[in-house]
Structures are given as structure tokens and as C-alpha cells.
Design a protein around this ligand. Sequence first.
Ligand SMILES: Cc1ncc(COP(=O)(O)O)c(C=O)c1O
Length: 386
Amino acid sequence: MAQERRFRLESRIAHAGVGQDPLYGSIAVPVYQAVTYQHPGAALGPFDYSRTANPTRRSAEEALGALEGGAGASLFSSGMAAITALFHLLASGDHIILTQDLYGGTYRVLHDVFAPLGLLADFVDTTDPEAVRRALRPTTRLVFVETPSNPLLRVSPLAQLAGLAHEAGALLAVDNTFMTFARQRPLEHGADVVIYSATKYLAGHNDVLAGLLVAGTAELHERVAAIANATGGVLAPWDSFLLLRGLKTLALRLDRAEHNAGRVAESLLGHPAVSQVFYPQEPMLSAAAFVLHASQARGPGAMVAFSLRDPDAVARLMDGLQLIVPAVSLGGVESLITHPYSETHREFPEERRRELGFVPGLMRLSVGIEDADDLCEDLKEALDRL
Ligand SMILES: Cc1ncc(COP(=O)(O)O)c(C=O)c1O
């Protein structure tokens, strides 16, 4: 008998969920819009109650877990619900080290929800392993990293951080929202957990809010699944369907968005209204950071940040754009522009924002799949008018 072939990632992404309908063989995963399931006898069947498990959600979890190369995956009703479940693995008195320039909501949930419950958090420069080593305490249980970070796209060394975390008896979790498993595979660099706002590239169409947590071991997956069941912030069947449907074009979308982002970043570099461009590619990244990124990721992704010379020009820039839409969020097919200082990162105290470089003139672009010339022209025309 011929040996079963293992297909490449792009093929496996396109086939996510295929073969999951035992009844009719439908290619699209059916939406099991059902909460409770008839017991086949005195014992329970494979499904019992949809908070615990739902067939549509299960199909999406199995597909995503396999694509990430993890031992198990859990889907949540948002990225923040997934991050919350991760923090629920910890107990009062435990200490977490996090990337200092990370998504503002992660900062907010720690500050507003978990700090009062006794979790201690230090936000450090995780691009510098020595800074992480200095921040470690006997009670450190988790190192939580975004690389490239949000919004400044700074690169942290995954394998080195995994080594440091493990030496200290802590887990390494990576928020891989910006890169996805199609570009960066943290478990292969020693991470224990990969976490996502699946709202972004994985779903890809700005129409579903979802979170994903992939665990590297079956034991960790079981603990997370128990937390998901106990706390209940799980993904609904229809949203699981939408996520799977969007996921199938991930590789295509990313290729196109990344191509566009490279063009946009280059076009911004030379513009007199722009003082700095952030993109994980030379010359926007230092040679050393670029080598590091290239050693752990397969491409620069499609997020670009840039600073306006005149910080008072933000509103005029937004108003001047005709194609790129001023809106929060990222990773969808439409290009969006965000002002981190007043939007995604406003949760950070003012002084801290300035310290970290989230200055009033900083803009963040999520580059979509439109025509690259249209995007560059839209930006140029709006910048020329400032
Ligand atoms: C990097 C990152 N992680 C987590 C989140 C939170 O995800 P959600 O909005 O799906 O709750 C976001 C949201 O913007 C994000 O950008």
C-alpha cells in the first residue's frame, strides 16, 4: 500500500476541516447549531453540551492545532478570552514577564483584572535576554512574548527566551497574531503555548471575533480545555464555521498582503512627511534584528508602522485617505490604519507610552490585499497634502 503523503502547509491550510462530516461527506464543515446532545444510552456520547465541546468548534480546533503543530487547541470567543484562560493557569503570587510593547488589551487585563487577584507582572524589553534574566524571580511561572511586537515590530529571540523560561521553571507563551503559523512556528523554537487573536489573519475578513490557544503538550491542553469549560468563553458554532472558512485562504492572503506591505514600507521610507518606518526588513530593522527575525520567521508579515514628522497631522492624514480605512484591528483583507497612541495602546499610562515610543505621531498600518499601487498612491496623496 502506498505510504500516506504529508502535504505542505499551504495544501493543509486549504484543506482545513475537510473530511470532518461522517454523515454526508460535506466538504465545508457543517454548523452544529446545537447546545445539547442526546445520550446514546445510559452513557454520554462524544458530545454532551456545547460549552464543553461542539462538533463545529472541535473541527476548527483540530485543524488549527494540527496546522500549528501542537498537542491540542482551544477556541475562545475572542483573543482576550484566550489570553485570560492562559492567565487562569496561574495562581495568586505567581509572576509573569511580558514584552513591554505589546497589545494594550493584554496590559489592561493584567492591570485591571489579574493584578487585584494577586498576579504580579513585569513588562520588560524581551528583545534583550539579559533583561529577561534579570527580571526572573523564583515565582516566575510565565514569559509572554509578542514578536514582532505591537506596534513597533521589535524582534525577541524565541529559542533563547524558551531556554531562560524553562531554566526558571516557567512556560513560554507567544502571541503569534501578527505572523501566524504560516510565517512563524513558536513551538519549534521551544515555546509551550501559542496564542492568537484569531479575529485577525486566521479568520481574515473582519467579520468574526475569535481567540485561539494551542498547547505544546497534551497535559497543558487538558488544563486549558478544563479552564475553557469552567469559565465558558468558548467560540460559538457559527463563528467557528466562519473562522474555518476564512482560514482556508490564509496562505494566499498573507502572500499578497506581505508583498503589498513591502511596497508600502518602501514607499513610506522616502517620504518627507515620515521620519521613521518600522517593518521587519532591512533597512527598517537593524541587521542583527533582521538576522534574528529571519532565523525564526519565514517573512516580514504585513504590519507596518511609521512616524509622522508632525504629530499634529494625524487627523489630517486619516481624513486624506480614500482607500485605507481608519479603524482598529488588523489582519483582514482591507487595509486599515490605526493611531496606537489614542487607540490600541491607550491603556498604557501616558508616561509609559512615550517611554516605549508609542508617541502621538506613530501610525500603524495593517496592509491588506488590495492593489499595491493603489495603496502606495493613496498614502502618498494623503501624505503630500499634510
Ligand atoms: C496582538 C494581539 N493580541 C491579542 C489581541 C486581542 O484579541 P481580540 O481583539 O480578538 O480579543 C489583539 C487585538 O487587537 C492583538 O492585536
